[in-house]
Design a protein around this ligand. Structure first.
Ligand code: TRP
Length: 326
């Protein structure tokens, strides 16, 4: 009888968010995957983060791209006509600099932004079509970590994949390497990748970037709980959780947590799940790895790319690395 019962047991099919929450909140230490941040409200909050005075990443990377866009595009292209794709494009505010340089060089550009947020992609398309005439925008709403396929290129074309904004830093280093390897597998020799990575720097500078005075990053972190309330029928009180950012030097990463301010019980009516939090217990919501100079080039090499050139700012806070598929 027991055997018959186990054969007829059929696990309920859960939404990706539901499955992720059940797994992440049942393990210790508790954690939630970072992709859950980027619903419409989360993507909007992240855009505000990129404009904060403390969040040096976006403006430093933008300055590097502004200073070198022409060279970057020329080196990436060689003698070919570039097609540009972007992983985790968001609203693509920095990408315009590269697209404009590509327009100047080749007169027309096909641009394929890929992101999990449809609203961010709509904004990206509007922004680009308004700012640069001649760019064809072909957005794709998808999670690029679930596999990636590109259309075949025409003769004389070369693909440039943009992976900027320190997005790679949100993966464990071994996952980041395997992601680069999977991107490499979609490319042909001579195609290019452009990586934007945040570099190791003073702890104070790092922590302020992830715990700003206006509290936008705290709101972004807590928005995750509001999403779970809405989508999974949870009853989180977001203010009963504190936003925490800390620098984990041995792992070279900034960690984001939500810390339970007191003993509390959270119920998920959509999941038939109850989670008890102790006072001070944390949910680990995100890592942002910071790289040492030269490390990205080594990863590119291990993933099957020749690291062609690296650009950085005068403080050496951020690096933009170009690689060509071997
Ligand atoms: N890619 C961004 C980064 O690591 C994402 C990010 C910025 C983020 N601020 C955050 C993620 C706060 C979670 C919490 O810099």
């Amino acid at each position: 009888m027991a055997a018959a019962n186990s054969l007829t047991f059929c696990p309920q099919v859960e939404s990706p968010a539901g499955a992720a929450v059940r797994e992440g909140l049942s393990s210790r230490p508790r954690s939630l995957p970072a992709w859950l941040f980027y619903d419409d409200a989360g993507s909007r909050l992240f855009e505000r983060i990129t404009e904060l005075p403390e969040y040096y990443l976006t403006r430093t990377e933008r300055a590097i791209l502004a200073a070198h866009a022409g060279t970057i595009i020329a080196k990436a292209a060689g003698n070919a006509h570039l097609r540009i794709a972007e992983l985790g494009a968001g609203s693509a505010s920095k990408t315009c600099l590269l697209l404009a340089a590509a327009m100047e060089r080749q007169g027309a550009v096909h641009y394929e932004p890929i992101d999990v947020s449809a609203s961010a992609l709509r904004e990206a398309r509007q922004r680009i079509e308004a700012e640069i005439a001649g760019v064809t925008v072909a957005p794709r709403t998808m999670d690029y970590t679930n596999g990636l396929v590109f259309k075949a290129l025409r003769p004389g074309e070369r693909r440039l994949v943009l992976y900027i904004g320190s997005s790679m830093g949100n993966f464990e280093p071994d996952e980041a390497l395997s992601l680069l390897q999977r991107v490499r597998a979609t490319l042909r020799p001579g195609d290019a990748i452009l990586l934007g990575v945040d570099l190791i720097k003073d702890r104070e500078v790092l922590l302020e970037a992830y715990d700003d005075a206006a509290g936008v990053t705290a709101a972004f972190n807590r928005n995750l709980l509001l999403r779970l309330n809405r989508e999974l029928g949870a009853d989180f009180n977001p203010l009963a959780f504190a936003h925490r950012a800390l620098w984990n030097r041995s792992h070279s990463r900034v960690e984001m947590h939500l810390e339970s301010r007191r003993v509390q019980r959270v119920h998920f009516s959509g999941l038939d799940l109850t989670v008890d939090f102790a006072a001070g217990e944390t949910i680990h919501t995100e890592n942002s790895y910071k790289y040492a100079p030269g490390q990205t080039e080594m990863m590119l090499a291990r993933a099957g790319f020749d690291p062609t050139a690296t650009w950085t700012d005068e403080k050496n806070w951020f690096a933009v690395c170009l690689g060509h598929a071997r």
